[in-house]
Design a protein. Structure first.
Length: 875
């Protein structure tokens, strides 16, 4: 019945979308400012001029070809005074030849020393900037953007539509700048083989050119795109005049070699070498094949340290270039859940063998990726396609005992496959799509049969926009199926995503004989998303059996959720306010059994002042609910009202020294829970090419009823324990960046982290759902702590009734790396990397978080030195 109901809802919404009048008028009329509407409605066209001799890309604009064509200006301010003339004049010129597009931008400056040429990492917006975006598909939704800072640093990205961007896309192009007292100029060469376009006699592309003046935080644009417009690309101007060019079927190769030295390794051979190949092949003018053989990601920054005490898996962002670049088409998000989570490919081995005291073990850190293929692109008819296929190797751990060595399989050979398709309809106002994923493991060893043998998921999505994309409906649904041994499926049913073993959940059925687990889910949202008043509603659900975690990411199954968000936003300066907005939202959650698991009311206020300081305030109240995850498979636990507040402010980030700070407090009605989080961020721009940043966080929590694990009676029956936890975390993320040129830099990253916790005042959970705290918990008396276990008496006869693990910890870790990077020619890079790490976890509690933090360097160090060289060339 539930499935039929939601399928019916989806069909009704879809049909209603198609029945709406989506005809677009030429005039833009979404702003309350008539001047903004006029500028946004004006259709601007630029005609490029063909040249015979290509310019030298140095930013000087003194080549003879730049005397051809016309300089065009007429920029309009987008922020802060939208629709008004800009503070400074900007002019542009666009030329082309058979293989390249050439763009010149002149940025005039009347204030002495007003230009801010700041060097930073690629794709990081810093200082004065200017750039061009090209809708070469002319689909009014997607575009390729090429920007340069006044210091000459490159920023490139892909517009995905609706203010979604892929900054991980790194094209091979040239951009240079020159800075004078009253002018800075940008000279850009964009190879046509880095764009995607149809074969036509004359190209008609969408074009957007913009300039950012950092000292006053002003953006001006050649064709105004209002700041509150619901999307960007459909409002671009046009680039015409490009004739006689053909799409390029490119062949790009990027071979690499690397050498690693690990002086602290337990292995006899401390030096290793490797080689591999990355490449691109233009299958057609629309689609590109990317491939990698034996990839190496040693230059990638380490993940931040985390000590996870809740029931959910930690989600880490992807940082590996192959899985980042051009992968936007493979995105299928539903809140915090995704159908494809690329970190699954090449993950750490799933099995860890046990060893005796006289044995040692060598474990691979990650599963080796043998190869991976990726097809991405979009046709001239609006068909987007994305495919990833990858094989990962069977991995073995080596166990040493004296002179003997034994290899134990820890991960089976695995094949991953992901496919995504989307079709634009109705001038890009309607998009329908689908996605499939597959995981197949070759399990030859009985001790690995706890892993599923195969997993499959499929999703369908529809998005429709109307009234100049002011209103939208976005609908996603998906299905999953996992197969494996009885052991593997039983483990899935009882893990933190599902908890089928909950004794009080009549709608859940734990079955240790099944070999398949399947389920479905969906996410519907829609509303008004531009203008001063905005309203968005969301409805989502996951059935109890849905599971995406073999190749996707899902925190929790078994829920139904609704959320409504109302926003009032003003982008026009008023008095001391530059812009501001307020947002209120409410959210409710239930399990499929009707248990209320969430009831939140949130208020968010944001203000940016004319001095470029900003402040925001978050307030929320969580009403009385049940937590079905807290007892890790036990019965639902009653939770009192929760109050949460956060205050954040930031100084003017144009200044050389900028700092931001926040304070976050939360507590429950019963005064049994209180946590506080403080954060301080500092950035010091010492010079235009040297920057230091630090981000320090302090976390302090006291909870009288924190989950303390399972307790075992003398007959091995299980009880659930809670206790008072005193938990503190102190961590800092430090970065130092020094740029000799935009292509040559050294960067240092360090993340020292300390986390300590002590449990005390233990209680047994007697009636988890009872609203009376005295009946919900029963105190126990500790008798002794022996071999890492507490022995407790609950009837005062001094005889042990319960046994449970000591969960105290003192965890310290340092993750750091030093990277010297030299892009000695476009697309070709040399790296020197030093990775330094330390880590230790003890059950000996340390009362001082500062002492624990300071003892990080008392732990054993692991150092790895790597040299990596790659060379890009095109055939």
């Amino acid at each position: 019945m539930f499935v039929k109901f939601h399928i019916t809802c989806m069909l009704i919404l879809f049909l209603s979308c198609l029945s709406l009048n989506a005809q677009e008028k030429d005039k833009y009329n979404l702003s309350t400012d008539s001047l903004v509407n006029i500028h946004a409605s004006n259709k601007r066209i630029y005609y490029a001029i063909r040249i015979k001799e290509r310019p030298k890309i140095d930013g000087k604009l003194n080549d003879a070809c730049w005397t051809s064509g016309i300089w065009d200006g007429g920029f309009i301010q987008q922020q802060p005074l939208q629709g008004r003339p800009p503070s400074e004049e900007t002019t542009i010129k666009v030329l082309y030849d058979e293989n390249n597009l050439y763009v010149a931008i002149q940025c005039f400056e009347s204030v002495p020393n007003g230009i801010r040429p700041i060097l930073s990492r690629r794709d990081e917006f810093d200082g004065d900037m200017a750039g061009i975006a090209l809708d070469s598909y002319n689909d009014k939704r997607t575009a390729f953007e090429f920007n340069v800072s006044a210091a000459g640093q490159k920023i490139d990205l892909v517009h995905l539509g609706d203010y979604q961007f892929d900054t991980n896309w790194d094209a091979v192009w040239d951009g240079k700048t020159q800075v004078n007292d009253s002018l800075w100029t940008a000279e850009i060469r964009i190879p046509f083989n880095q764009l995607r376009f149809a074969k036509k006699e004359e190209q008609v592309w969408g074009m957007h050119i913009w300039r950012w003046i950092d000292r006053i935080k002003e953006e001006s644009q050649w064709k105004l795109i209002p700041i509150d417009a619901p999307a960007m690309v459909y409002l671009f101007g046009e680039l015409r005049g490009i004739t006689g060019i053909n799409p390029k079927k490119t062949v790009e190769l990027l071979p690499y070699s690397s050498f690693k030295y690990s002086p602290d390794s337990d292995l006899k051979n401390k030096t290793t070498s490797d080689f591999g190949l990355d490449g691109k092949l233009g299958i057609s003018s629309d689609f590109t094949l990317d491939y990698t053989i034996n990839p190496d990601f040693g230059q990638v920054e380490a993940d931040p340290s985390v000590l996870n005490l809740n029931a959910y898996e930690v989600f880490y962002n992807e940082k590996r270039p192959f899985f980042l670049e051009g992968n936007s088409i493979l995105n299928y998000e539903m809140g915090s859940d995704v159908l494809f989570y690329s970190r699954r490919i090449g993950h750490a081995p799933s099995y860890t063998p046990s060893v005796s005291e006289d044995e040692s073990i060598s474990m691979p850190e990650n599963t080796s990726i043998i190869n991976a293929l990726k097809i991405t692109g979009k046709s001239k008819k609006g068909l987007s396609l994305g495919v990833i296929q990858s094989f990962t190797a069977k991995e073995n751990a080596s166990i040493y005992s004296g002179n003997n060595k034994e290899k134990i399989p820890v991960e089976p050979f695995t094949n991953y496959l992901v496919g995504r398709i989307k079709q634009d309809l109705n001038k890009g106002n309607t998009v329908i799509g689908g996605m499939v994923t597959s995981v197949i493991r070759k399990i030859d060893d009985d001790h690995l049969n706890f892993l599923p043998e195969s997993a499959f998921s499929a999703g369908l999505d529809v998005k429709h926009e109307w009234k100049k994309r002011k209103y939208f409906i976005d609908m996603k649904s998906f299905y999953s199926n996992v197969e494996g041994s009885e052991n593997a499926i039983y483990r899935l049913q009882t893990n933190s995503v599902h908890y089928f073993q909950r004794s009080d959940a009549s709608h859940l059925d734990l079955d240790n004989s099944i070999t398949t687990l399947s389920g479905f889910g969906g996410d519907f949202s829609g509303g008004k998303r531009s203008g001063k008043f905005r309203a968005i509603g969301n409805f989502s659900w996951h059935s109890p059996g849905v599971d995406l975690n073999e190749i996707g990411y899902i925190k929790q199954a078994d829920f139904i959720r609704e959320k409504i968000t109302l926003t009032y936003k003003v982008n026009k300066p008023k008095g001391i306010l530059r812009d501001y907005y307020g947002e209120i939202s409410q959210e409710k959650n239930w399990s499929y059994g009707g248990e209320k698991t969430g009831d939140l009311l949130n208020l968010h206020l944001f203000t940016r002042f004319t001095n470029l300081w900003l402040i925001h305030l978050d307030l929320s109240k969580g009403f009385k609910t049940f937590d079905t995850r807290e007892l890790r498979g036990g019965p639902k636990l009653y939770k009192e009202n929760l109050y949460d507040g956060l205050l954040f402010f930031q100084t003017n980030n144009v200044k050389d020294v900028m700092f931001a700070a926040s304070a976050n407090f939360a507590g429950r009605n019963d005064h049994n829970t209180l946590y506080q989080i403080y954060r301080l961020y500092l950035r010091w721009q010492i010079s235009k090419n040297f920057k230091l940043t630090s981000d320090t966080k302090y976390y302090d929590m006291v909870d009288l009823h924190e989950y303390a694990g399972k307790a075992y009676r003398n007959d091995n029956s299980i009880e659930f324990m809670v206790g008072r936890i005193n938990w503190k975390i102190l961590e800092t993320t430090f970065r130092a960046e020094y740029f000799i040129t935009p292509e040559l830099s050294v960067q240092y990253y360090a993340n020292p982290y300390a986390s300590i916790a002590r449990y005390s005042e233990f209680r047994r959970v007697t009636d988890a759902g009872n609203r009376n705290i005295a009946q919900r918990y029963s105190p126990v008396n500790l008798l002794q702590l022996e071999n890492g276990y507490y022995y407790a008496d609950e009837n005062s006869d001094n005889i042990s009734d319960l046994r449970f693990a000591n969960r105290d910890f003192n965890f310290r870790e340092l993750r750091s790396n030093f990277v010297a990077r030299w892009e000695y020619k476009p697309g070709s890079t040399f790296y020197f990397v030093w990775t330094h790490s330390r880590s230790k976890n003890e059950t000996i509690y340390n009362d001082s978080i500062l002492d624990s933090f300071g003892s990080i360097f008392d732990t054993k160090a692991q150092n790895v030195f790597m040299v990596k060289f790659n060379y890009w060339f095109s055939l």
